[in-house]
Every structure is written in structure tokens, then in C-alpha cells.
Design a binder for this molecule. Structure first.
Ligand code: PEP
Ligand code: MN
Length: 334
């Protein structure tokens, strides 16, 4: 719509679209209003859209993803959980243990994340482990510990949903629902969180392309949930010196293709503690909207991903380094 288009003019376009059976979503931005129409192209073609008052331009989206495409949103999407923000000029710093192991371990970590000025607390209750013989997570018991950590620190909780059978419990506790790399193309699970009224942190699969990641996000958005955070966490390549290959190019491409915030997980990409800070720095520099990092009071005792977790005693120093670079990029930790 033209910058000066009135609310009546916007409503009129939406009403005409709905009349012919096309779904219309309105995005009001700082400078412009965008109306995204999805449905049968032929139905839309019956409308003389360009002639309607207030319409500036009609733009077909030729890409396979529509609702997550940059063009359909007037401004970049900001995820805001009770004032804890991520996206646009807010840099999100999500941190916490790989797994919730026991109450004190998680509470100690949560205090360190809060003291360092982190945005949200992460912690796995249901863990997607490569081996069925390793720690699989505390399950619902961990959810209770996470609620206590939130009550004490005020940090919103990010935790993974692995199974549609756990939707109710996880959604009840999580402020942000994580979909892990191994489930990033579990389309039934994606549709399920698309119907949940909580933001979703969607990780890129180990071998999924940027386009496949955006299509996975489209599955969530199509169900009505457009509060999605995309996460680059490293992909499988021939290279074995890092646990996964952090695809920073993908972050730059995603920032170009979508209005959704894009974050980086330097912990799982690196697989080793000493590489987490350099990769986090690179994430800030490439324009990521945040990072998700693993930290543990005693990584040597961790039940999962010990080698990559930053000791909580060092976490404040880590955040100082990241914050300084974020400021240089014109961002503030949300
Ligand atoms: C995690 O965040 O703990 C995790 C299992 O990550 P990913 O799904 O990226 O492997
Ligand atoms: Mn982990």
C-alpha cells in the first residue's frame, strides 16, 4: 500500500481478497503496510488490485516460500517474550545447559545467564541423542526445574519438543519451543507447533538446504504461527575438525530472503569450547540476530555435550566479548 493509505483502503483490499476466497494477512510496518495474499493465483487475478485506492504495487512472490519471504512483512520480525527481545536491532543471547540434569545444575546456570544479561534460558528436557544408550533427558521432571529457574531469574525458557505426544506439557512450560535439527523436517511436528501460541526456534537440519529450512518454517507459518526464529547450527560436510561446519553464508542468505530473525548456535557447530567464542564473533559480524550457547557449571561432569559447554564461571567474560561486537553492529542485547 502507499505510505499514506488509510485503514479503510487497507480493509477494502482485504475484504475483496476474502470475497474471492484468498487468504489475506496485513503487516503494518514503520513506513509501509503490506498485504500478503495466499491461495489460488487465478482467484486473485479476477481482482483489479492495482486500481484500488491506496494500492501502490502488486508483487507476485515466485519463491516456493511465501509467508516467511522478506517481501510479505513490512518490517523485520521481532520476537518479544515479556520484554526479552530478539530481532531487528535486538541481539538475542540464549544460553543454558545442553540438558537439564538436576535442579542445582540448572538453577546455577540460570543465575549465571541472568547475571551476564542473557535474553533467555535454554535447557533440554527431551534430548535427541545419537545413541539410545546415553542420557535421554529428564523429561517432564526437567520441565518443572525449568519453571523454577524462570520463577527465580525471570528468564524466558527455550526447550525442545521432540514428539507430538508431548506438545501439551512442553508448550505449557516453554516460552519458546525448540525444534531440533533432527526434527527440522518432521512436518507433522512443524504443523503442531504452527498451531501453538508460542514462538518457535527452528534449527536447520544436519543436511537441509537453506530453501528446505525456509519451507520448514513455512509449514509453521501456514498454520498461523509466524513467530519463528531460524537457527544455523552447522551442517554435515567432509570436514571433521569441527563437529559440524558452521554455514555463515547461509545466515547472510537467510537475512536477505526472510523477515524472520536468524540466530547461530556456535556450540553444536564447534563441538569444542575453545572455538565457541570465535564462531560467536563471526555470527555477530555476519549479521545474525542472536546466538544460542551452551554453558554448564561443571562441564566435565555434564551428561551431554560436555566438551563444548562453557563453564558458567567464564560465561560473563564470554558475553562481554559478544556484547562489544554487537554494539559495533548497532545492536543491543535484548
Ligand atoms: C540442542 O540444542 O541441544 C541440540 C540437540 O541441538 P541440535 O538439534 O542443533 O543438534
Ligand atoms: Mn547440546
Amino acid at each position: 500500500m502507499t505510505p499514506g493509505a488509510s485503514a479503510d483502503e487497507v480493509d477494502h483490499v482485504v475484504a475483496r481478497m476474502q470475497e474471492v476466497g484468498v487468504d489475506a494477512r496485513v503487516s503494518v510496518g514503520r513506513e509501509a503496510t503490506v498485504i500478503a495474499a495466499t491461495g489460488e493465483r487465478e482467484l486473485l487475478a479476477t481482482l483489479p488490485l492495482e486500481g484500488y485506492p491506496g494500492v501502490e504495487q502488486v508483487l507476485p512472490i515466485l519463491k516456493p516460500y511465501k509467508l516467511v519471504a522478506r517481501e510479505v512483512s513490512a518490517d523485520p520480525t521481532v520476537i518479544d517474550v515479556d520484554g526479552h527481545r530478539l530481532g531487528d536491532h535486538w541481539f538475542g543471547l540464549i544460553a543454558g545447559p545442553c540438558s537439564v540434569e538436576y535442579r542445582e545444575q540448572t538453577l546455577e546456570t540460570a543465575r549465571a545467564v541472568a547475571a551476564a544479561g542473557g535474553t533467555m534460558l535454554r535447557g533440554g528436557a527431551f534430548k535427541p541423542r545419537t545413541s539410545p544408550y546415553t542420557f535421554q533427558g529428564l523429561g517432564v521432571e526437567a520441565l518443572e526445574i525449568l519453571r523454577d529457574a524462570r520463577a527465580e531469574t525471570g528468564l524466558p525458557i527455550v526447550t525442545e519438543l521432540m514428539d507430538p505426544r508431548h506438545v501439551e506439557e512442553v508448550v505449557e512450560t516453554a516460552d519458546v519451543i525448540q525444534i531440533g535439527a533432527r526434527n527440522s523436517q518432521n512436518f507433522l511436528l512443524l504443523a503442531e507447533v504452527g498451531r501453538a501460541h508460542k514462538p518457535v526456534l527452528l534449527k536447520r537440519g544436519l543436511s537441509t538446504s537453506v530453501e528446505e529450512l525456509l519451507m520448514a518454517a513455512e509449514y509453521i507459518a501456514k498454520e498461523g504461527n509466524e513467530r519463528i526464529i531460524l537457527c544455523e547450527r552447522g551442517i554435515k560436510t567432509f570436514e571433521t575438525t569441527t563437529r559440524f561446519t558452521l554455514d555463515l553464508g547461509a545466515v547472510a542468505v537467510l537475512k536477505h530472503e526472510t523477515h524472520l530473525p536468524v540466530i547461530v548456535d556456535p556450540s553444536h557447530a564447534a563441538g569444542r569450547r575453545d572455538l565457541v567464542l570465535p564462531l560467536a564473533r563471526a555470527a555477530v559480524a555476519v549479521g545474525a540476530d542472536g546466538i544460542i550457547v551452551e554453558t554448564h557449571p561443571r562441564p566435565e561432569e555434564a551428561l551431554s555435550d560436555g566438551p563444548q559447554q562453557i563453564p558458567t564461571a567464564e560465561f560473563g567474560g564470554f558475553v562481554d566479548e559478544v556484547r562489544a561486537l554487537a554494539l559495533l553492529m548497532g545492536k543491543e542485547i535484548g
